[in-house]
Design a protein around this ligand. Structure first.
Ligand code: IMP
Ligand code: MG
Length: 186
């Protein structure tokens, strides 16, 4: 039986990602002088980015950084987005009174971010900003704001640097497009 083959086309290199993460860290360090912040990474896609960003912030002198994580259930295609997202893992620490930066891997339709933001808005953070490594504006349905954005990409399915295709490729150090390879016959 024939297997569906896929191959990966490099889109954003490891070096480009590292450079952009350093730039975003510098923006954050300038925006939060003398403040402690909580990086709230959304698992599993934003785990890689949260760790790298946290380290860059340290190098810039931000030694008061908490890294915490949440996991939410993603909506399937066509699923109604109203109501709170299902939290499968909540943050370890309360965010009340904290300066929080929500760290996402990618904003696609925007529904996940919108729901997550609405939920976090009820938790009394001192401030809540959103950072996303990637954004696909062509796909946007929900009105969401991204305060710190890594890269804008076109409407393609990407993997690597935390992003998965069926839970695979998260450990790939660069970002690539997953394309069906029809050249395989046999
Ligand atoms: P949204 O609610 O449509 O914005 O979906 C956001 C979530 O879908 C992201 O946090 C990812 O987990 C997933 N996602 C969307 N596009 C991609 C992609 O190109 N590659 C991997 N995951 C994606
Ligand atoms: Mg996600």
């Amino acid at each position: 039986m024939l297997e569906n083959r896929t191959r990966i086309e490099k889109l954003i290199s490891e070096e480009e990602i590292a450079k952009r993460v350093r730039e975003l860290a510098a923006e954050i360090a300038a925006d939060y002088p003398e403040q402690s912040i909580t990086l709230l990474g959304i698992l599993g896609g934003a785990a890689t980015l949260t760790v790298d960003l946290g380290r860059e912030l340290w190098k810039l002198g931000m030694h008061n950084v908490i890294e915490d994580y949440m996991a939410i259930e993603s909506y399937g295609a066509g699923t109604e987005s109203n109501g709170a997202p299902r939290i499968t893992k909540d943050s370890k620490l309360p965010i009340t009174g904290k300066h929080v930066i929500l760290v996402e891997d990618i904003v696609d339709s925007g529904w996940s971010l919108k729901a997550l933001r609405e939920l976090l808005d009820t938790r009394g953070a001192a401030s809540l900003a959103v950072l996303s490594l990637l954004s696909k504006p062509e796909r946007r349905e929900a009105d969401v704001e991204i305060d710190y954005l890594g890269f804008t990409i076109t409407n393609q399915y990407v993997v690597g640097y935390g992003l998965d295709g069926d839970e695979q490729y998260r450990n790939m150090p660069f970002i690539g497009v997953l394309v069906a390879d029809d050249s395989q016959t046999a």
